[in-house]
Design a binder for this molecule. Structure first.
Ligand code: SF4
Length: 440
């Protein structure tokens, strides 16, 4: 029986070793989905390096490596090791899809973008000839008929209390730094509501009361979202997702989301400077609206988690310090920051490269916590210092308590705010190790 080993590498910590955790709060969906697409005569094993050890002497003939963000660099190192041992190695995921020629220095083949057509073709080639094409690139134009992901591959790992479900892929927007925009180029493909509900029921049948819709911007199709939440409501489950902050202006929709069990959402707020948002091609978000929209979402009963980018051309030392005031004032329970990173493959990378603004092309430094370009208003080193200063101030115990256990909304939802408090303590430990917390 042929065997494929799926590996989700971890990212490197400050000591140069792959980071480890005791638990994955939000596991990914890609490998359980690929496992469900694997013909039954194949054996499938999955390792998530953040909680599992990777056995380089595996008996699998084929190794499939995921490239989630900065973990791609560890993935390349693993790929080299496996190839030294005679294994055939394939990479897929956003990062490999955007940097195909770089990935091909380390692997036999890259699956670009959607894998539902490419992956079975790749397996067939491997079985028939033992050889792979360097690139399999077969974008989907519909997302119908996907199998139920093999969730048991996740439930056998130390994970939190949620499983992932996907309603669609892509985003209609085209923010210049975004890998989703880079791959889907303004497209958003939705799955049939009945199939999404089937997967949510599969999650429920495994004993889970919570799920996470891993879509990138579910609010972009309000009609679809309404149809979906109408079907989710009777399931009596709790859920979260990520979407655009402008949902804060949609009072009725928010009410329906909360009625269906929505509890927490993550928003790309990005910046407190309008110039920064404009530069990211995100002018549809207005900084003057941030606080009001956050307050509306919170008032509706949904906890806000946020992502922001530090080091935009509009950023000064003063605006980075003011970002602390913004978080403190708006009491975002779970905030995260990254230094602007011109990821290869994005518009932003092309622009910075052409302008001679990249200070290094050592990809290991493209980790979201190191300035790898010349900022407009300070040196790269100063930007990195200010980033960590911001993180340390935002993750002081006083600030954490103020935005979690002492948040006015904690009276209504004490357990959620206790959860946010615990997440913040977990992030705080990361910050003190100089590792930017991420959504895992
Ligand atoms: S709205 Fe979010 S997902 Fe969509 S392109 Fe912008 S950053 Fe990417």
């Amino acid at each position: 029986m042929p065997k494929i080993l799926f590996i989700q590498p971890s990212q490197y910590g400050p000591d140069g070793k792959p980071l480890k955790q005791k638990l994955i709060n939000l596991p990914g969906l890609v490998f359980p989905l690929l496992a469900a697409l694997t013909p039954p005569h194949w054996e499938v094993e999955m390792k998530l390096e953040v909680v599992d050890e990777i056995d380089l002497e595996t008996d699998a003939e084929l190794i499939g490596i995921g490239t989630m963000g900065y973990a791609m660099f560890r993935g390349m190192e693993l790929a080299d090791e496996f190839r030294k041992r005679g294994k055939t190695v394939v990479m897929g995921g956003y990062m490999a899809s955007m940097t195909v020629s770089e990935a091909l220095k380390h692997v036999d083949s890259v699956l670009v973008g959607d894998a539902e057509i490419s992956y079975p073709l790749m397996l067939q080639d491997f079985e028939r000839t033992g050889k792979l094409q360097p690139v399999y690139d077969h974008p989907l134009d519909k997302l119908e008929g996907l199998p139920v992901p093999r969730y048991e591959l996740l439930t056998s790992k130390p994970i939190g209390n949620m499983l992932p479900v996907q309603a669609g892929r892509g985003c209609p927007n085209s923010c210049s730094f975004c890998s989703v925009a880079c791959i889907y180029k303004g497209r958003y493909i939705f799955r049939p509501v009945a199939e999404v509900i089937r997967d949510i029921k599969a999650v429920r049948d495994l004993g889970f009361k919570r799920f996470y819709l891993i879509d990138d911007n579910l609010v972009s199709n309000e009609k679809y979202l309404l149809e979906l939440v109408k079907e989710i409501e009777p399931l009596k489950m709790k859920w979260g997702t990520q979407c655009a902050l402008k949902i804060g202006d949609k009072t009725q929709l928010l009410k329906q989301l909360v009625r269906s069990g929505a509890q927490i959402m993550s928003f790309g707020i990005e910046s407190i400077t309008q110039g920064g948002l404009d530069k990211l091609n995100k002018s549809w978000l207005r900084v003057d609206d941030h606080e009001r929209l956050i307050a509306n979402i919170t008032r509706a009963g949904i906890m806000v988690s946020s992502e922001m980018i530090i080091g935009l051309d509009s950023d000064t030392e003063a605006s980075i310090r003011a970002t602390y005031d913004f978080i403190n004032k708006s009491r975002i329970p779970i905030p995260r920051f990254y230094i602007l990173t011109p990821t290869p493959g994005t518009e932003l990378y092309d622009e910075f490269k052409a302008a001679g603004r990249l200070v290094t092309e050592d990809w290991k430094l493209y980790d979201g916590s190191t300035a790898v370009f010349k900022p407009e208003n300070m040196s790269p080193q100063r930007l990195t210092e200010l980033f960590w200063e911001l993180y340390q101030r935002v993750f002081s115990l006083r600030c954490i308590l103020r935005r979690t256990l002492f948040h006015p909304a904690a009276r209504k939802s004490p357990l959620m705010h206790l959860y946010a408090f615990m997440v913040n303590l977990h992030y705080r430990r990361y910050v003190y190790k100089r590792v930017p917390p991420n959504i895992l």
